[in-house]
Design a protein around this ligand. Structure first.
Ligand code: 57M
Length: 354
């Protein structure tokens, strides 16, 4: 909105620049998040304490005192992002509109699940939650087809290799969006554990979206140039600011959890950004922490079923295995952040090695 007012109406040239609006977007989202955070925490605490708190079964002893930490803090992230994006993004950019739709729809699905878990001690059934996610992802994938988006699939390292998915782009997009959304959701099991790596992935894609949207830089790095993705980096700077603001409260000991409202929406946005920038495989690398957390669950369940009850890990997802080995929660979280940072550096290095 301010882009239109300050640049197109008042002709203040500097506001046309993506970098400047990106920084304003980050700091606006951060300060909105940090300033309204305490109010959101109190609001959620009041609602949750009236409902009696919620904790999952098979939970390590260390989690029993978390029963009254309010969840659904993802609404703070979503609100902060929307305020900043509406102020600093170009709202005539189709990618920005698709990302706003993704953030809100997956946020609603997650918030509904959180609300039911708090109010009635059990959330949406896995089937209905999965159906809602698939449906939302099919709509998002259809938006891509409607705007005539390039349906080629590109690969890291092999700059000449690409496959045109055609209509198969829709199931591919659904897989990426729903898969990333649930991977972040599974990971969100320790204070700061999901938001840390999610912000590292976000910052990595701020860089990727800027480069892919810049004709000369994309050509220099042999990346497919997707016009308009520069505006996606302004959106992601808002997500980064909002996520850092949320981490202000979610760091150990957490004053609130993001809930499915946060994990599903952030994951879906990151999956959609990977599709927009045509860097789905790079997402799997920089988001390797989310991949490993999900794989640990798949391996655990398959082994459990195959051996009639034996486990590979003490408990899955893998962060609970480290917890049950006696490693303190903050140490597990920071070590996983370190892994995320190293994976982000590897992913960016792979862009150069093409
Ligand atoms: C998401 N939810 C947390 C919080 C957060 C199939 C199975 C692997 C599913 C999996 C599962 O249900 N995952 C759902 C994980 C929960 O966090 C809430 O959920 C939101 C995210 N969706 O925002 O609202 C608990 O996590 C803790 N937490 C923090 N700090 C945070 O910042 O401490 C969350 C955020 C919160 C809080 O205690 O209540 C969760 O873990 O449930 N199931 C599991 O993850 C369970 N694993 C399991 O059962 N493994 C089995 C089989 C099925 C693989 C096995 O290994 O044999 C673990 N869940 C818990 N403890 N709580 C087991 C250990």
């Amino acid at each position: 909105m301010l882009y239109y007012l300050l640049y197109q109406v008042l002709d203040i040239n500097v506001f046309k620049y993506i970098t400047l609006r990106g920084f304003f977007s980050l700091f606006t989202a951060f300060f909105v998040s940090v300033l309204i955070g305490p109010y959101i925490i109190n609001l959620l605490k009041t609602f949750q304490s009236k409902a009696g708190g919620y904790i999952r079964e098979y939970t390590p002893e260390t989690h029993s005192q978390k029963k009254y930490v309010p969840t659904m803090g993802g609404v703070l992230i979503i609100l902060s992002v929307l305020v900043s994006v509406l102020l600093w993004c170009r709202l005539d950019n189709p990618f920005v509109l698709i990302l706003i739709f993704t953030l809100i729809t997956f946020g609603i699905i997650g918030a509904l699940d959180d609300y039911l878990k708090i109010k009635y001690k059990s959330g949406l059934s896995s089937k209905s939650k999965f159906f809602m996610q698939i449906s939302a992802a099919v709509v998002i994938a259809s938006f891509f087809m409607i705007i005539g988006f390039d349906t080629h699939l590109y690969f890291p390292v092999f700059k000449e290799l690409s496959i045109n998915l055609g209509l198969l782009f829709i199931p591919w997009a659904v897989f990426i969006i729903v898969g990333t959304s649930n991977a972040v959701n599974l990971t969100d099991g320790l204070d700061g554990l999901a938001i840390g790596p999610a912000m590292i992935v976000t910052l990595t894609f701020v860089i990727i979206a800027y480069v892919v949207g810049h004709k000369e830089l994309a050509a220099y790095l042999h990346l497919p140039h997707i016009a308009g993705t520069g505006e996606v980096s302004v959106f992601l700077m808002a997500l980064l600011g909002a996520g850092l603001g949320f981490l202000w409260f979610n760091s150990f000991p957490a004053e609130m959890f993001m809930g499915d409202a946060g994990s599903l929406s952030i994951g879906a946005v990151l999956g959609t950004v990977a599709l927009i920038t045509k860097q789905e495989f790079l997402l799997a690398i920089v988001g390797g922490v989310f991949v490993w957390e999900t794989l640990s669950v798949i391996l655990q369940v398959l082994y459990f079923k195959a051996t009639g009850g034996k486990r590979i890990f003490l408990r899955a997802p893998i962060h609970h295995h480290y917890e049950l080995k006696g490693i303190p929660e903050p140490k597990i979280v920071v070590r996983i952040w370190i892994s995320s940072i190293l994976l982000a550096i590897l992913a960016l290095a792979l862009i150069k090695i093409r």
